[in-house]
Design a protein around this ligand. Structure first.
Ligand SMILES: Cc1cc2nc3c(=O)[nH]c(=O)nc-3n(C[C@H](O)[C@H](O)[C@H](O)COP(=O)(O)O)c2cc1C
Length: 172
């Protein structure tokens, strides 16, 4: 790592290590398959019009599927959904069909909507941005609702999970 990058990483770690935020599962479907991963880099970025920015690592299996999909579904995880977080965050679609054994349906935009979550939104991809090692997907929400799960799972509760595809993964 260059010295400049190292300084930036240390400066970020001080901020990002302290901040807490909700965790989501983001899903996508192209003509061939459904894919999804655990995501923390996700935020509302406009009120009127309502818009969401979803950042997906280029290393992830989901990155390829999301790049070919016209829409994504975003699911806020409930406080008791650590197992689902591990399922989508510690496994990779390169080797596993994560949707086998998970309750889901095809949403109005064609994105896979998980039945078990705290809340969900489906959004049409308006624009994509190269952000570095992640791609930002700007979503126009078109449908959404509540799930049965209570509370919210946050980053500090899942930070010890081992990502199926760590950033800069030499396997990919
Ligand atoms: C705490 C935590 C936060 C994560 N945040 C993100 C994120 O914001 N964006 C992302 O693309 N991947 C994120 N990941 C990584 C993916 O969820 C993980 O590598 C997953 O296994 C990729 O699955 P896939 O290869 O099937 O897409 C996170 C993982 C963990 C454990």
């Amino acid at each position: 790592m260059s010295e400049r990058r190292e300084v930036a990483a240390v400066a970020m770690a001080g901020l990002a290590g302290r901040a807490d935020y909700p965790m989501y599962v983001v899903t996508a479907r192209d003509g061939e398959e459904a894919s999804g991963c655990l995501v923390g880099f996700l935020t509302q970025c406009s009120i009127l019009p309502a818009r969401l920015l979803v950042c997906i690592s280029k290393e992830n299996h989901t990155a390829g599927v999301a790049s070919r999909a016209g829409s994504l579904a975003v699911h806020l995880l409930g406080s008791e959904q650590l197992e689902l977080a591990s399922h989508f965050g510690e496994r990779t679609g390169d080797r596993t069909d994560k949707f086998a054994g998970v309750r889901w349906r095809v949403g109005t935009t064609g994105a896979p909507v998980l039945e078990d979550c705290a809340a969900w939104t489906e959004g049409v991809v308006r624009q994509r941005f190269d952000l570095g090692d992640h791609v930002g997907h700007l979503l126009d929400p078109v449908a959404g609702g509540g799930g049965g799960a209570q509370g919210q799972l946050s980053f500090h509760e899942v930070r010890s999970l081992d990502p199926g595809h760590p950033p800069g993964d030499p396997r990919s």
